[in-house]
Write a protein that binds this ligand. Structure first.
Ligand code: MTE
Ligand code: LUZ
Ligand code: MOS
Length: 788
């Protein structure tokens, strides 16, 4: 077994703060709504569908048009281009003009002199719909056979035969709720008309290229006539990977038709009501396993709630399918999956992109297997981890191949488990908790240790590419532009740091510029946690070109004839010739002289992730460049009478390779973990029968706050240098830690084992206080039933 050591924390003060840290705390970082008012700017809002399902019968906007302050009202008929879009399947109207897909779906756009006027006017719209009964739950859609896209499979070996041959069998069902992204800046866009019908859109989007495209298509323009600019987002979490599109089109439509700048900023209630969320998901499983709980065959049937249109649902579902193994070898396996169509807003990306649902399902199943065999769940997990041993089931040579055929390499998961099991004193605490649960009539404690293995790369191969523009100025300062967008995750400071190191200069002399489609074309969304990998590498390549030109020039200047540019070092703001005792030349001076001598100080770099490929027809391939992995141990305390849950302690150990920026990456780990904690415990989406989201504000939708965090929270990283094929042996960090929080869910399940030993624990996710009480009552009834 490989030995792993921990990464040593860097000395304090080494890395830069987040590039907007000072502006964030002083309220100076401008979001879309903070951009200075434009001359003659219009405020934009929309008229939403009054019910979730039916056919639009009559739309009377006369009262809206004549309301005070209203300047213009538009419907789908006013779109000069197409009224249909979608990132994968093209099935969603910008403005509903016939079928109503969900409650609040935009039908008409209202532009007024002030926001108050626009808001007041929109309520005057008369919308008549021939209503139909809405489908809100995935079970209902599944029964009716109402789906988006095709059924998909990943298969290996002979699942039925494997199930038949296994010593033990267990069937079960796991269900999890969706989750609201809860970014603080709502969906927003500002459009400015330019000459000849061209338009510039400032958008709070993870995907400026997509905005450029949809605005062009909706307005009947070429992509070259549209610029999209994104300086930053006030959080996105996947919610702005596609869904910034409709507000951007609204603003652009108004700007183009009125010739005036137009801004739309959704109110929080609108945003929560009409935008998509994490997918509610149901996983039915049939497992066959041996005495140690080692799985020999598994059959998974996955159903997700896609909402009314496809959006990213099929891609999210694909990632669910690709993560049902989590960190475990599943020999004979079948995974079948479908997206259910319902009358909710189209569900979309959310940190983890289908991975959390998969991991929660398989970890739920691991707990059930351990229960059935009366084993410690950690021992069952250990028995199932990917490893080098031979496969005994006739599926593969070794237990290191995923159901989709990718071989697991440089796997630190088993070593990390040993290490964390010891450092967190898992075994001793297990014993203590058993004694506690024996003795307490009022409280239950639970402990669970869970791995995460998250595949890095877009599963759509095309998206794994990026370009960067690096401009060096004659004072030795640098501007970098890439397709990456800043949403708080710190991609800018990471890229600035990398570029500064390439030139050996102070990172304060590098600025990462607002993202613009004018500088970087055909970019991918900032998503899949891969934006530093992709855009950072593209930036390094651009720097390499400039450095090469500077090096030839400097070698000539410093060493004269015959000096080789390969002997040059860029360090401490100076450029040296290797072996020269002289002090070299200042970087700024070198750039000035190079410019005088007519040397090009700008370059573009391009990067496409090598070796990734996945065939969705066969369900086989190598979709991921590598995996980011980790473990978390969670301990919870439950008040048995009222179901109140508190998280007592969390210990995290992750492999994120060699970090670029320790504090930023540690922040991502804690932020992701806490966001996951919300999903598995308190965040509950509740809908009325009319499809209205009842939990549509922070008072009814409970995201974690600081008091929900345990006093004891440790985060450590292993020192892994093996991921050399990626930029500086780093690993992506943005999404994976969210899934560490699955350990909190399984810790609750673990605690509830004590209520009726031997019974399965049918806990649904989130484990809210109410859900915990429901399960305790069910288990107590079962116990009485058995005893009598
Ligand atoms: N961190 C902050 N502060 N805000 C965000 O919106 N989004 C997450 C993650 N971390 C997010 C965040 C999601 S969903 C992704 S995919 C990654 O950041 C994207 O950025 P990266 O590729 O630079 O990690
Ligand atoms: N977006 C996407 C993603 O289009 N494809 C992906 O594989 C993905 N993965 C994570 C987050 N966003
Ligand atoms: Mo993140 S869900 O990939 O935007």
């Amino acid at each position: 077994m490989k030995r792993v050591d921990l990464l040593k924390e860097p000395p304090k003060g080494e890395s830069l703060p987040h590039d907007s840290a000072a502006e964030h705390v002083r309220g100076l970082a401008a979001y879309i709504d903070d951009l200075p008012r434009r001359e003659a700017e219009l405020a934009v809002t929309f008229v939403g569908a009054p019910c979730p399902c039916g056919r639009l019968d009559r739309l009377d906007l006369d009262a809206v048009r004549v309301a005070p302050g209203v300047v213009a009202v538009f419907t789908a008929d006013d779109l000069p281009g197409h009224n249909v879009w979608g990132p994968i399947l093209v099935d969603e109207p910008f403005l509903a003009d016939d079928e109503i897909g969900y409650l609040g779906q935009p039908i008409a756009v209202v532009a007024a002199e002030t926001r108050a006027a626009a808001e007041a006017a929109r309520s005057l719209a008369k919308v008549e719909v021939v209503e139909e009964k809405p489908i809100l739950h995935l079970d209902e859609a599944d029964e009716r056979g109402d789906y988006l896209g095709f059924e998909r499979f990943i298969r290996r070996g002979d699942m039925e035969k494997g199930l038949g041959a296994a010593a033990h069998r267990l069937d079960g069902e796991f269900w999890c709720n969706g989750q609201e992204q809860f970014y603080l800046e709502s969906q927003a866009a500002l459009a400015e008309p330019r000459e000849r019908g061209e338009v510039t859109v400032y958008s709070s989007t993870q995907n400026p290229t997509e905005i450029q495209k949809v605005v062009a298509e909706a307005l009947g323009l070429g992509q070259h006539q549209v610029i999209c600019i994104t300086q930053r987002m006030g959080g996105a979490f996947g919610g702005k990977e596609t869904q910034a599109a409709i507000p951007a089109v609204m603003a652009a439509l108004v700007a183009q038709n009125t010739g005036r700048p137009a801004r739309v900023v959704y109110g929080k209630d609108d945003d929560m009501q009409v935008t998509g969320k994490r997918h509610e998901t149901r996983v039915r499983y049939r497992l066959g396993f041996d005495e140690q709980g080692r799985i020999e065959a598994a059959d998974f049937e996955v159903r997700s709630n896609g909402g009314a249109y496809a959006d990213l649902s099929t891609a999210v579902l694909e990632r669910t399918m690709l993560h049902l193994d989590n960190a475990y070898y599943l020999p004979h396996v079948q995974i079948g999956a479908r997206v259910c169509r319902t009358n909710l807003p189209p569900n979309t990306a959310f940190r983890g992109f289908g991975g959390p649902q998969a991991m929660a399902a398989v970890e739920h199943a691991m707990e059930e297997v351990a229960l059935a065999l009366e084993l410690d769940p950690l021992d069952v997990r250990r028995a199932n981890l990917y490893g080098d041993e031979a496969d005994a089931t006739g599926c593969e040579e070794q237990r290191n191949v995923t159901p989709y055929g990718q071989t697991i390499e440089d796997d630190f998961v088993p070593e990390m488990m040993e290490r964390l099991e010891q450092s967190s004193e898992y075994r001793a605490r297990r014993d203590e908790i058993a004694v506690f649960n024996e003795g307490s009539k009022t409280h239950l404690r639970g402990l669970s240790m869970v791995p995460v293995k998250f595949g890095i790369s877009f599963t759509n191969k095309t998206l794994n590419q990026g370009n960067a523009l690096v401009n060096v100025y004659t004072d030795g300062t640098v501007q970098v532009s890439t397709g990456a967008t800043e949403m708080g995750q710190g991609v800018n400071v990471k890229i600035a740091q990398i570029v500064a190191e390439e030139f050996g200069i102070d990172p304060r002399h590098v600025i990462v510029m607002p993202t613009s489609t004018e500088k970087n074309n055909n970019t991918s969304p900032t998503a899949a946690s891969a934006s530093t990998d992709i855009n950072g590498t593209a930036a390094v390549r651009a720097c390499g070109k400039i450095r090469g030109r500077l090096a030839s020039f400097a070698a000539e200047q410093l060493g004269g004839e015959g000096a080789s540019s390969t002997d040059l070092r860029f360090e401490g703001g100076r450029v040296f010739l290797e072996g020269e005792s002289a002090s070299g030349v200042e970087f700024a001076e070198l750039t000035r002289r190079a410019h005088v001598e007519r040397i090009d100080l700008g370059a573009r770099g391009f990067y496409a992730t090598p070796g990734v490929d996945f065939d969705r027809e066969t369900g086989q391939g190598t979709p991921f460049f590598y995996y980011t992995t980790g473990w978390c141990v969670a301990e919870v305390l439950i008040d048995r009478l009222i179901g109140e849950l508190s998280v007592e302690r969390l210990d995290v150990l992750m492999d994120i390779g060699q970090p670029i920026h320790w504090e930023i990456e540690r922040g991502q780990v804690i932020g992701g973990l806490v966001q996951g904690l919300g999903w598995v415990t308190t965040e509950e989406l509740v809908y009325g029968d009319d499809g209205r989201l009842l939990s549509d504000s922070p008072t009814t939708y409970k995201i974690p706050n600081v008091s929900d965090l345990p006093e004891r929270l440790t985060v450590e990283f292993v020192n892994n240098r093996a991921n050399w094929k990626n930029l500086r042996s780093t690993k992506a960090v943005g999404e994976p830690p969210l899934m560490l929080a699955v350990s909190v869910f399984t810790a609750v399940k673990d605690a509830l084992r004590a209520v009726a030993p031997g019974e399965q624990v049918p806990l649904r996710l989130p484990a809210t206080h109410e859900e915990i009480v429901r399960v305790i009552e069910q288990l107590e009834t079962a116990k009485v039933g058995v005893g009598s």
